[in-house]
Write a protein of this length. Structure first.
Length: 276
């Protein structure tokens, strides 16, 4: 190939590359922001609460708050509620801005161990040993602004998995036990909807959850079970929902949701609990 022909080929390739960028080509910035998504577009917190925001498919995110006196946000996306009011948290990914509206409510006093917010008709009650159900519950609390109550056995379970799984939990399940719970709520009268988060233990809900359910009258209230397990055996989840129905006097029990997927959980809560 002579010099003249090489020059013509080079010019042609350069033109085609430029044309691709101008007419339908995708720049590196566009490619980097094409599939990014913020895990929440709105959350409700009480003063003092924190919640972790995250952006999927993003390598670098810059966070900012529209009002640092109301909410602050750390470099890793952790939002902290500081003062009653509303603010917007923005995640900047290569120039693309994703926003989450944050409502901060005043922290109300409580006569028991429930974390209460003014006038809430929703309670998120959760039992968690490994931390997975607690994470799910806290995301739901942030999404709904609900009150919360952690169901804990009065005598704590062992931190050793083998002792717990093949000792305490197995024995309780075999005996259909109802172990005492720590600082039970005095009343659930103010709530219309209860989101119940728990893991699967020995093919059903933990027996401590049964203690919580048997302690109250759920007439005219709806329970929304949200569960997960290592095996994700749906038959065990159905058995746990039946367990909830048999122990929650007067309750209407939804079919519930069996997953750890945050998007599915958020959609379920929006549709069933918040009626969005």
């Amino acid at each position: 190939m002579n010099a003249k022909l090489k020059r013509i080929v080079g010019i042609t390739l350069a033109f085609l590359l430029l044309a691709g960028q101008l007419f339908g080509g995708i720049s590196e910035t566009q490619a980097a922001t094409k599939n990014v998504k913020l895990n929440h577009t709105s959350i409700t917190l009480t003063v003092g609460q924190s919640h972790k925001l995250s952006v999927s498919n993003a390598k670098k995110v810059t966070w900012s708050s529209s009002n640092k006196k109301i909410v602050s946000v750390s470099k890793n996306g952790t939002v902290k509620a500081k003062k009653q009011g509303k603010a917007t948290v923005t995640a900047n990914v290569s120039g693309k801005k994703l926003t989450c509206k944050v409502t901060v409510k005043k922290k109300a006093g409580s006569t028991n161990t429930a974390n209460t917010t003014t006038g809430s008709k929703i309670l998120v009650a959760y039992f968690s040993w490994s931390g997975t159900s607690e994470r799910i519950a806290k995301n739901i609390i942030a999404q709904t602004g609900a009150d919360s109550f952690r169901i804990e056995r009065k005598t704590p379970y062992s931190n050793d998995y083998t002792t717990l799984a093949y000792g305490e939990a197995q024995e309780e399940a075999q005996n259909n036990a109802r172990p005492a719970i720590k600082n039970p709520l005095k009343s659930i009268a103010q709530y219309d909807k209860i989101v119940l988060c728990y893991p699967i233990w020995w093919h059903t809900a933990p027996m401590t959850v049964g203690t919580f359910l048997q302690a109250y009258d759920f007439t005219a209230k709806t329970i929304y079970p949200v569960s997960q397990s290592a095996s994700m055996d749906t038959s065990q989840f159905r058995e746990s929902v039946a367990f909830v129905k048999s122990n929650a006097k007067g309750a209407t029990v939804d079919d519930g949701l069996f997953t750890t997927n945050s998007t599915r959980i958020e959609n379920y809560i929006n549709q069933k609990v918040l009626n969005k």
